[in-house]
Design a protein around this ligand. Structure first.
Ligand code: ZN
Length: 280
């Protein structure tokens, strides 16, 4: 009896699932944490937004599941950061629009970490607002109002980072080359132990070069990212007598950070405090 009922119920669910207007289907889908936060700030409670990459997972290595591919395919708007980060987005044939949040950013070749600079976060929020307003014109006024409120917070953050331009010592060492936009926009000099992809390990020659660079600039801090291995940063710090400090690429949130109500804004404030230990 139960089996018969299940057989009847499943096709009915499939029919509902195939319908784009079904209430259970998110109209807007985002790829990973910062894009989700920016989008949520713009749409408020007007539209359901679903995020794909779990906030405690590495975006660089991520591949979506078949179920997630279906969610993205059914979306009216699929918002992602850039073609060279969430490369799997190009394979999704969604029914609606695809919005590359970084489309208006002045790009550094091969580097997707645009959001790590508050200046570029503002550009991305504006792009998301503009594109979503085109897709959902009836919410245009609300989206604009929400975006103004959120970008005011980003502008405050941007002004705080701008004060780093006045420092005498502007060099900082990071484990993963994720702060190039931040360095460019605020006049800093980033030296990375590993490349843009945190999984790529540096050579012994690179480590020797880094050691002499640290001595030259008198650096006593090596920054390592939360949510990533800190092995390289620890090795370098140990061999130079420096200490390791945490910095965040805001690619995701740990479960604890989520519990504590952390966000792009709070993590970037923490980054600023950490950077001020060397940039002064
Ligand atoms: Zn990264």
């Amino acid at each position: 009896m139960k089996k018969t009922l299940a057989l009847l119920v499943i096709p009915a669910l499939l029919v509902l699932g195939g319908c784009q207007k079904s209430a259970s289907k998110p109209e807007v889908v985002t790829t990973f944490e910062p894009i989700y936060e920016f989008t949520k700030a713009v749409v408020g409670d007007k539209i359901e937004v679903e995020n794909i990459v779990p906030s405690n997972q590495e975006v660089h290595e991520f591949e979506p599941s078949a179920k997630q591919v279906a969610t993205m395919t059914n979306s009216s708007a699929l918002i992602y950061n850039s073609d060279n980060l969430e490369h799997w987005v190009s394979k999704i044939k969604n029914k609606g629009v695809k919005i590359e949040a970084s489309q208006d950013v002045d790009k550094i070749k091969g580097d997707p970490h645009t959001w790590v600079s508050p200046k570029q976060a503002i550009v991305e929020v504006n792009t998301i607002t503009e594109q979503l307003s085109k897709k959902f014109p009836k919410y245009k006024t609300t989206f604009n109002k929400n975006a103004v409120a959120y970008t005011a917070k980003l502008k405050k953050l941007d002004a705080e980072f701008d004060t780093l331009k006045m420092a005498n010592q502007k060099t900082f060492i990071t484990q993963h080359e994720a702060f190039s936009y931040l360095a460019r926009d605020y006049g800093l000099n980033q030296i990375a132990i590993a490349g843009i992809d945190p999984e790529v390990e540096p050579s012994a020659a690179t480590l020797t070069k880094l050691k002499s660079e640290m001595e030259k600039s008198g650096l006593t801090v090596v920054y390592s990212e939360e949510n990533a291995t800190s092995k390289l940063a620890e090795t370098l710090a140990k061999s130079t007598g420096a200490k390791v400090m945490q910095i965040n690429t805001v690619e995701g949130l740990t479960n604890q950070q989520k519990k504590d109500g952390a966000s792009y804004l709070t993590l970037m404030e923490e980054n600023l405090t950490a950077l001020r230990k060397t940039i002064k």
